[in-house]
Design a protein around this ligand. Structure first.
Ligand code: ATP
Ligand code: AMO
Length: 474
């Protein structure tokens, strides 16, 4: 208590001065009876400390330091000294701390269920066989062990970097859209009836009846457009009861949603979505470069390529189908793309447009939700779009039907049909009866943006405490 928390990232300003700071022990390395080296960590920084017997520091103290358990929290006082050779094992390479006082504030129990050092290393590339070895012969630790011990796992610098970036994406999303006049909204996550899709909702006991966890803010964000809010955004939890055991599905994720009125054409809204993402990418490169580099280098991930022209490739779905067919894929004009086909298209777009980010526009109507506006030019297509990063979907969106009767008709015709007079749909459909302007919007999966920005192999790495069909703890 009361330890001045001097910031280790500023040690270069206090050369030859004494500082006191709180940190924790990454490791302690004894060197004979009178000397020990400690690697100390604070935030994303590590520094080497020297504990040497002297008039000020007894031999017992050195012995004590040699045996401090890894991960214990310390209060340390020491002199900041410049070193001759850069220190490889620390992030602070040009200085070390010559310790004069050392106090263990909180001792960590031994043994640790997971070494933080192991959490810094990449996942085994084959998650099933967890015995892949790094160059030093140590096995790589699998995802389950890491997630079972998540509070220790999260101590790794690579994990701090991931969640600093995730926080950054949220701030940038709000920053950009606030400047464009969007209002941040908070829609209910407990809903009286299954809304959008029906099958994918979690049911819960709500006093003496049933309620459902929101599978998207879709209905409410549109109802707010009907309430004349014009431009709304939301950052909130989304729950999906889908038994998808993949590297990019969670049962609880964070939705970044927006919805807005447009003047002439839904492409105005696509423009906002594209500019939003370009702003986020640019500012991640500016403000979060250190964190991005730290994570990508662990997984040998390439830079995220953006078109030099600044124009996001906007590819009609039919054109995408054509590109895939020319590359040997077999698929019909109105088929949905499988995940491997999506990835294949991602590679083709990268070759052709030199961009890891692009939009597919004008999806077939039959594979989109019932509220999607059919394309006026071709009723088999729709005014809807998805956005992709590194060949994987991060966003879905569309122009919505803003006429109640047409909406009701489309719901009845949908496969499977949806009752427009149902408990969960009637209020929504009726909200369009009293003058709702044309509008469009989209929903992004925050964890997917982080996953594909960094090129991570599994979405679970981008959720603090991930939920999937197998896991609801810790
Ligand atoms: P959206 O819900 O907007 O379509 P999404 O990316 O979650 O977004 P899904 O329709 O859920 O898309 O799934 C897309 C693809 O993911 C499917 O075509 C399928 O290839 C793959 N997928 C989904 N669930 C599984 C699963 N349980 N096992 C293997 N692959 C799956
Ligand atoms: P959709 O169902 O496509 O669209 O979801 C939008 C985006 O959310 C992400 N996503 C997921 N992320 C992690 N785990 C999941 N299980 C998961 N499912 C989806 C994806 C996807 O692109 N109401 C519409 C949006 C709209 O039209 O505004 C919707 O929910 O990145």
């Amino acid at each position: 208590t009361g330890t001045p928390r001097e910031d280790l990232s500023k040690v270069d300003q206090v050369e030859d001065k004494e500082i006191t700071f709180r940190c924790w022990v990454e490791n302690a390395r004894p060197q004979g009876a009178k000397l020990a080296f400690l690697n100390l960590r604070q935030g994303l920084n590590t520094v080497q400390a020297v504990v040497a017997a002297s008039e000020k520091l007894s031999k017992q103290m050195v012995k004590f330091a040699q045996n401090i358990s890894t991960e214990s929290t310390l209060a340390v006082t020491g002199l900041v000294k410049r070193v001759k050779e850069p220190i490889k094992s620390a992030t602070i390479k040009d200085f070390e701390i010559h310790i004069t006082k050392l106090f263990v504030e909180v001792k960590a129990e031994v043994p640790l269920p997971l070494q933080v050092e192991d959490a810094e290393r990449p996942l085994p590339s084959d998650e099933a066989g967890q015995d892949e070895k790094e160059s030093d012969g140590r096995p790589l630790v699998g995802l389950n062990t890491r997630l079972n011990n998540r509070t220790i796992d999260l101590r790794a610098k690579i994990n701090h970097a991931i969640f600093v970036i995730k926080s950054g994406v949220c701030s940038l999303f709000q920053e950009f859209l606030s400047q464009q006049g969007f209002t941040l909204i908070h829609t209910p996550k407990i809903q009286g009836a299954a809304g959008e899709g029906g099958a994918n909702v979690f049911e819960l006991k709500y006093f003496d009846r049933s309620a459902y966890l929101a599978q998207s803010p879709q209905f409410y964000k549109q109802m707010l457009i009907a309430s004349r809010f014009q431009k709304v955004m939301e950052i909130g939890p989304v729950f999906r009861a889908e038994n998808s055991n993949t590297a990019r599905h969670l049962t609880e994720f964070t939705g970044l949603d927006l919805e807005m009125e447009f003047q002439e054409n839904y492409h105005e809204v696509m423009g906002v979505l594209e500019d939003l993402m370009l702003f986020i990418f640019k500012e991640l490169n500016n403000r979060y470069k250190k964190e991005t580099d730290l994570v990508r280098s662990a997984y040998h991930v390439d830079e995220f390529k953006l078109p030099e022209s600044g124009k996001v490739p906007r590819i009609p779905f039919q054109e995408g189908i054509k590109m895939l067919r020319e590359a040997g894929e077999e698929l019909g004009d109105f088929d949905d793309l499988s995940t491997p086909q999506e990835k294949h298209l991602g590679r083709l777009v990268l070759e052709k447009y030199n961009s890891d980010f692009y939009t597919l526009d004008q999806f077939p109507l039959a594979i989109r939700p019932a509220y999607t506006m059919p394309s006026p030019a071709n009723p088999q297509l729709s005014n809807s779009y998805d956005m992709f990063m590194r060949g994987q979907e991060i966003c879905s969106g569309a122009q919505r039907i803003h006429n109640a009767d047409l909406l009701a008709e489309q719901m009845r015709k949908h496969d499977p049909p949806i009752d427009p007079n149902g408990a969960g749909t009637k209020d929504y459909v009726d909200s369009f009866r009293y003058g709702c302007p044309p509008h469009a919007g989209g929903g992004f999966g925050l964890e997917r943006i982080v996953q594909f920005w960094l090129g991570l192999p599994n979405i679970r790495m981008t959720s603090l405490f991930p939920r999937d069909p197998q896991r609801v703890a810790p």
